[in-house]
Design a protein around this ligand. Structure first.
Ligand code: AMP
Ligand code: MG
Length: 519
């Protein structure tokens, strides 16, 4: 098998798009370019924490020399003679145009191909770039563990995502004011190597459109279609419209998956939206425990909760509108773009209904009213029911047991739960009637339900436990969670302790119930 460091280099992004002519690594505006060449910062004492065997296998490579592997994927040594670079992009942050952002701490260190499909390797936390603005270009162990574990967990859940190949500590310390309250701590630095066919974002197009740089906008659009959407055909006005439709479809499917498993991204700015419809930039994300459409894990967004669970589809649509605006100079027609955006909403509503039915093991979805699924969501919210546990338990349920399920999965006190009993029983009666009318084999139904309702997700408190152990030099829990989340839909009796409600100690703990953008 090929050694990971012997892959043939196949630069395309940096070979075909405009480079920043200035190769100084100073924080600045970078016009007329899609990227800047920049070298990684040499970490003083890099140590490998973990790597994803699954991803290596998918790429078809192995690690033959761990020391060399660590040196390259921590930024200490270049990947052969590849000229590394950081990408330029802009973005709308929390609804407002923020101008140039760019890879402030991500550096692409290699581009290769497998079976004609592009693969990019990118180090996050490998030092400053022209896009670092006033920040340091570094990442801390805490947020790197969260990105590493969640990327791989999303992938095994079958959700489109950028991947994480490795996690290393740098041996250097990084000052961070985690709660933005003036309490600066020295934290361990770390680097994650992310892998994706492309890291192009909605914001990559927005920045060029905002600068009225039609030449580079056209080049980037054509590049993206040629390498990532070749099936759409030669670039033309029609092709650009098909492209926006395709990005919209992929984005919609990704959001539907998020809603299915209870994932909240937390910072759905347009610079964090992948042009391939991948989940990207794992920051203050979280998983719903008690079902609550209004919940966001991101303390920075606590006031307006723009990126709350129940708002992710609307925000995605809004973000797609920004992408469509960026493409307007190439299309010069609003109607087809507007119709794509309208279709997003209509199709999402239909698919969301189907998905909600499938989670409940109902397949004659035309018989199920939206009122019925909405009532369930209301009940889940009011009774503070753990989303993951509820759907898994429901698949093995018998009528007598339903109330027990609620008792076992609520975060309310038993007495409080009782207040909701009447609402639940009325819903449950309708549910039973629907189930009975489908007349499906109970076992077969349960298998189908379990294939869409994960048993194990990366709850914030689990990541937090792994972080606290790792900060003390113990990486066992990182591996345990990585292994557990390899098969999130399977029963893993040996891992029973992770099939449980959030423990009480985690209710109001930083890192468990709330997270800031500091990373
Ligand atoms: P995020 O909110 O993490 O998606 O980041 C928004 C922007 O800030 C992006 O341009 C990032 O590259 C940049 N950024 C975030 N953290 C850092 C950091 N520590 N150093 C430099 N740039 C950063
Ligand atoms: Mg980002």
């Amino acid at each position: 098998m090929t050694h990971i460091l012997d892959l043939p280099l196949a630069p395309s992004f940096s070979a075909e798009l405009a480079a920043d002519k200035n190769e100084e690594n100073s924080s600045r505006q970078v016009p007329d370019a899609c990227f800047s060449y920049v070298k990684t910062l040499e970490p003083s004492n890099p140590k490998l924490v973990h790597f994803s065997s699954k991803l290596l296998k998918e790429i078809g490579v192995e690690v033959k020399n761990q020391e060399e592997f660590t040196a390259v994927f921590s930024g200490k040594k270049p990947y052969n003679n590849f000229k590394s670079y950081a990408m330029c992009y802009g973005g709308h942050q929390f609804g407002h145009w923020a101008g140039q952002l760019g890879d402030g701490r991500a550096i692409n260190i290699a581009e290769t191909e497998k079976d004609g499909k592009p693969i990019k390797f990118q180090l996050k936390g490998a030092g400053p770039t022209p896009y670092s603005r006033t920040a340091d270009g570094l990442a801390v162990l805490r947020s790197s563990i969260r990105e590493y574990l969640c990327s791989e967990a999303m992938s095994t859940l079958g959700i489109p995502t950028t991947r994480a190949m490795s996690l290393a500590t740098t041996g250097d310390f990084v000052p961070r004011d985690m709660l933005y309250n003036g309490n600066v701590q020295e934290e361990q630095g770390a680097v994650v190597c992310r892998v994706a066919p492309s890291f192009i974002r909605f914001g990559s197009f927005e920045i060029l459109a905002s600068r009225q740089d039609k030449e580079n906008l056209t080049k980037l659009a054509n590049y993206t279609i040629k390498h990532h959407y070749p099936e759409l055909g030669e670039p033309s006005k029609e092709t650009y419209i098909k492209f926006i439709q395709e990005v919209s479809d992929r984005t919609r499917k990704m959001i539907l998956d998020w809603q299915r498993v209870g994932f909240v991204h937390g910072v759905m700015n347009t610079d964090n939206m992948s042009i391939l419809g991948l989940t990207i930039d794992y920051g203050p994300y979280g998983w719903l425990e008690d079902f609550n459409p209004g919940w966001t894990p991101n303390t920075t967004d606590a006031q307006h909760r723009r990126y709350r669970f129940g708002n992710q589809a609307s925000v995605a649509q809004w973000n797609l509108m920004q992408l469509a605006n960026a493409f307007y100079p190439l299309i010069e027609e609003t109607e087809p773009l507007q119709s794509i955006l309208d279709d997003f909403q209509d199709t999402f509503t239909k698919e969301y209904h189907e998905m909600s039915c499938h989670k409940l093991g109902l397949y004659q979805t035309e018989k199920v009213t939206e009122e019925f699924t909405a009532k369930l969501e209301k009940n889940l919210t009011h009774s503070e029911i753990d989303m993951t546990l509820f759907y898994r338990e429901l698949s093995k349920e018998t009528p007598e047991k339903f109330w027990h399920i609620l008792k076992a999965t609520t975060y309310l006190k038993k007495k409080e739960l009782k207040l909701h009993k009447k609402c639940w029983m009325s819903w449950y009666e309708s549910y039973q009637a629907l189930v009975d009318s489908e007349n499906m084999d109970k076992e077969a139904r349960s298998v189908k339900m379990n294939a869409v309702n994960p048993k194990y997700v990366l709850r914030n408190y689990m990541a937090q436990l792994a972080i606290e152990a790792a900060e003390n030099g113990n990486y066992e829990l990182i591996d345990e969670l990585y292994q557990l989340l390899q098969n999130p839909y399977d029963n893993q009796p040996e891992h029973n302790k992770w099939y449980a409600k959030r423990p009480e100690w985690a209710n109001d703990k930083v890192g468990c119930s709330m997270l800031s953008c500091s990373s």
